[in-house]
Design a binder for this molecule. Structure first.
Ligand code: PLP
Length: 382
């Protein structure tokens, strides 16, 4: 059993999270973890390394099967082998989907605030970005479906890039919400890309529903993006996949992949994904317990010692959205105060969209000791 009480020392390993800032800063930002992955993954990668041969590699039947079994067992999503398309990352898959399903100038909708590469990718591909702002209801983000329908209609939206579970708010969308979305997509012929990279982090008894489990007809217009990399802290091995049951949508996706020469994936990524899905279930149970503990810790700490900060308690993901707007600081000053005075680095809320102004996102996939240290530093300054 892995010990999630102690963080692995990551400084000096070229870690984006730890090594892109000076040593006096405590980094709780980019979404990777300070824990070692599933031991069988490490062993498998060592075996591969020992072979000394790293040539071009086929996607093995065992790799396909590991994805099929994981999706069925964890999420009750039945996946046919031929519908799985491997790619190096979920973010690259978003680019491919945008290029495959829309043309320059087409409207692509996202909810805001959301994971920054969504807006960036739409903009860099010269599509028209339509922002559907999430609304805070009872301490959680909620979709304004009336506004969404008006935007689908008035803006002639072609594609919706959807984040499920939601980063940064940690919403685990209910089946009812997903059905409403699906109905609107059908009505206005909007295609939907469901980024489900956080699918394995439904917490506190919430259940993640893969979009394609909501209704069989959703296969006609929706695809799912997933990976083992976020769940098992193997993002550096670069491996992800799209699940695309509709043949036309799948062919369009593959055509763009080929056009970009993005159809081959790393052998290390393939081994890591397969072994994580085969052996990672118990490890994940332990990790999720630690994340839930850290979330409760933050909520209690903030309530007691940072009463001006509002916490959005997540239903899923290992991220927590903190509202510092009561301090009435502009975003630059907030970020600077956090970095220079508290010496803690969190993601600036504003990078997730205008609604993120005055907010910061904290990554809790680390030891409670580090979370405590970060909050103690923050409480001294704020
Ligand atoms: C919603 C979401 N999608 C995609 C990614 C990254 O995907 P990848 O590393 O596979 O490109 C992240 C990473 O934090 C994320 O939060």
């Amino acid at each position: 059993m892995i010990n999630f009480e102690k963080a692995v020392e990551r400084r000096g390993t070229n870690s984006v999270k730890w090594d892109s800032m000076s040593e006096d800063i405590l980094p709780l930002w980019v979404a990777d973890m300070d824990f070692a992955t599933v031991p069988e993954v490490t062993e498998g990668l060592v075996e591969l390394a020992k072979s000394g041969v790293f040539g071009y590699t086929l996607n093995s039947p065992a790799l396909f099967q590991s994805v099929i079994d994981w999706q069925e067992k964890q999420h009750q999503l039945k996946v046919e082998k031929d519908t799985i398309v491997f790619i190096e990352g979920v973010v690259p898959a978003i680019s491919v989907a945008i290029q495959a399903y829309t043309a320059v100038g087409d409207a692509v909708l996202i909810n805001t605030p959301v994971y920054p590469p969504f807006a960036r990718t739409v903009n860099l591909n010269q599509r028209r970005l339509i922002e559907n702002e999430l609304e805070e209801v009872d301490g959680h983000f909620s979709i304004n479906f009336e506004k969404l329908e008006a935007q689908f209609k008035d803006e002639a939206v072609k594609l919706f890039v959807f984040c499920s579970p939601h980063n940064p708010g940690g919403r685990v969308w209910t089946a009812k919400e997903l059905e409403k979305l699906g109905t609107l997509c059908q009505k206005y012929q909007v295609k939907l890309v469901s980024d489900e990279i956080h699918q394995d982090f439904a917490l506190f008894g919430n259940k993640h529903h893969p979009f394609l489990t909501i209704h069989p007809d959703y296969q006609d217009f929706a695809i799912i993006l997933g990976s083992a990399t976020k769940t098992f802290n193997i993002a550096g091995t670069k491996n992800a996949y799209a699940i695309i049951p509709n043949e036309d949508l799948r062919q369009k996706f593959k055509n763009i992949q080929l056009r970009n020469n993005q159809h081959e994936v790393s052998s290390f990524g393939q081994v890591a994904t397969e072994l994580a899905y085969l052996h990672g279930e118990e490890w994940l149970v332990g990790l999720k317990a630690k994340i839930e503990e850290n979330i409760e810790f933050v909520v209690n700490f903030v309530n007691q010692k940072l009463p001006k900060v509002r916490v959005m308690k997540p239903e899923g993901t290992y991220l927590i959205w903190l509202d510092f707007s009561a301090y009435e600081l502009d975003d630059k000053t907030l970020q600077k105060k956090m970095l220079k005075e508290a010496k803690v680095y969190l993601n600036a809320g504003i990078s997730f969209g205008q609604e993120g102004s005055g907010h910061l996102r904290m990554n809790l996939a680390t030891s409670t000791e580090i979370v405590n240290e970060a909050l103690t530093r923050i409480a001294k300054v704020f």
